[in-house]
Design a protein around this ligand. Structure first.
Ligand SMILES: Cc1ncc(COP(=O)(O)O)c(C=O)c1O
Length: 393
């Protein structure tokens, strides 16, 4: 008999929404008009100046490996972005370009987590975080969070859940699936709490830029020793180019470089050259327009869903998600999602994909569709609620 696949691989759960997505695609192939609110990806294609820069990079033959840390010009451009957006002076030598924010997460977990050690993570949260920890033979200490802490970790929660195997905490601001932020004083308090325990603070700032009515603070404004994960996927609209970055303390960089060389050699070359165009004023103007479009969508969808009876206890200030409690309707979230997909052809994500804490009572809506489509979705959801029978499943 063949050897089994590794225990670490078997321990990783698939995205539960993929089963719904497969069904959504089947329905679509059969001619149904499915409204997709399940995908965590901007609906906009990459902005024109970035595409042109990518085409020029290919034409110029930028098709080979780059340095493992990434091309100097892009690291400098990102440092420049920290200066202009946050008033921060970050040495480009502390920035590593990675294949997506996922690559940055791979580097950070590989560097910081020994077998058997764990990081504190908010539950609900981005599911891959705990899976990356499992891959390096560490673990996630899931901390149930709710509206009282705006779904974020707090120093009190760190105090309560920290134990002798804890080596750090990973937080996200804005967070997926809740869209809530950690403000500057909250980041500072977490930093103090982690430092007091000798733990690492890792902050996922992948949704920075997508905030509404406020700017997100970077943890680097309050803690130079924190690790920051970031990405060109969301605000910069480059999901398929697979590009992100990690900002690390100087003493970690050569170790991270060694890991990068071994794990993926370099981030995609043409994507790195294309990304240089992200920081041009013309591109930023397009990205800002898109940010406003997301804000208009949130401002429409949030009250519309609340009106229907979904409980969204905390107004999300960022990302493009609404995390809604469906208790008012009864039943379980996966069956609830399936009902709306089958009867009304609206797809959204069950809470189970984001952790365990009250997951069966929550769903996530991604407002990655234009307002007209969102209006149609709301009409369909209103109709679907009339036929939802929680006990029938
Ligand atoms: C919170 C969070 N972190 C990280 C990622 C990884 O994204 P990427 O690898 O495209 O940068 C995602 C993607 O959805 C996310 O939601």
């Amino acid at each position: 008999m063949a050897q089994p696949f590794s225990a670490r691989s078997r321990a990783i759960e698939p995205f539960h929404v993929m089963a719904l997505l497969a069904r959504a695609n089947e329905l679509q192939a059969a001619g149904h008009d499915v409204i997709h609110l399940e995908i965590g990806e901007p609906d906009f294609t990459t902005a024109e100046p970035i595409i042109r820069a990518g085409q020029a990079a290919l034409a110029a033959g930028h098709t080979r490996y780059t340095a493992a840390r990434g091309i100097p010009a892009l690291r400098e451009a990102i440092a420049g972005f920290y200066a202009s957006r946050y008033g921060l002076s970050i040495d480009p030598g502390r920035i590593l370009i990675t294949p997506g924010g996922s690559g940055a997460l791979l580097l950070a977990t590989s560097l910081l987590v020994d077998p058997g050690k764990h990081w504190l993570l908010a539950d609900p949260g981005y599911p891959c975080n705990r899976h990356f920890l499992r891959l390096v033979e560490g673990a996630a200490q899931l901390v149930p969070v709710g509206p009282d802490s705006r779904y974020q970790l707090t120093p009190q929660l760190v105090e309560r859940y920290w134990d002798h195997d804890s080596v750090g905490a990973l937080v996200a601001s804005p967070a997926n699936p809740t869209g809530t932020l950690l403000h500057r004083d909250e980041l500072a308090a977490l930093s103090t709490s982690l430092k007091a325990r000798g733990g690492h603070l890792v902050v996922d700032e992948i949704y920075h830029g997508l905030t509404y009515g406020c700017e997100a603070a970077s943890v680097l404004q309050v803690d130079d020793d924190a690790f920051v994960l970031n990405s060109f996927s969301k605000y910069f609209g480059m999901t398929g180019w697979r590009l992100g970055w990690l900002v690390a303390p100087s003493n970690a960089v050569s170790e991270l470089e060694k890991l990068a060389q071994n794990l993926y050699i370099s981030a995609p070359s043409m994507a790195q050259y294309a990304a240089l165009a992200c920081f041009e004023p013309a591109t930023l103007a397009i990205l800002e327009e898109r940010r406003h479009a997301f804000q208009r969508r949130r401002d429409y969808l949030l009250p519309a869903l609340r009106e229907l009876g979904f409980r969204i206890a905390v107004e999300p200030e960022g990302a493009f998600y609404l995390y809604a409690d469906i208790s008012a309707f009864g039943g379980e979230a996966f069956a609830f999602c399936r009902h709306f997909l089958e009867t009304e052809h609206v797809a959204f994500t069950p809470g189970l994909d984001f952790g365990r804490h009250l997951a069966g009572h929550h769903v996530r809506f991604a407002y990655t569709q234009n307002i007209e489509r969102l209006q149609q979705a709301v009409e369909r959801i209103a109709r679907g609620l009339q036929t939802w029978r929680p006990d029938a499943v």
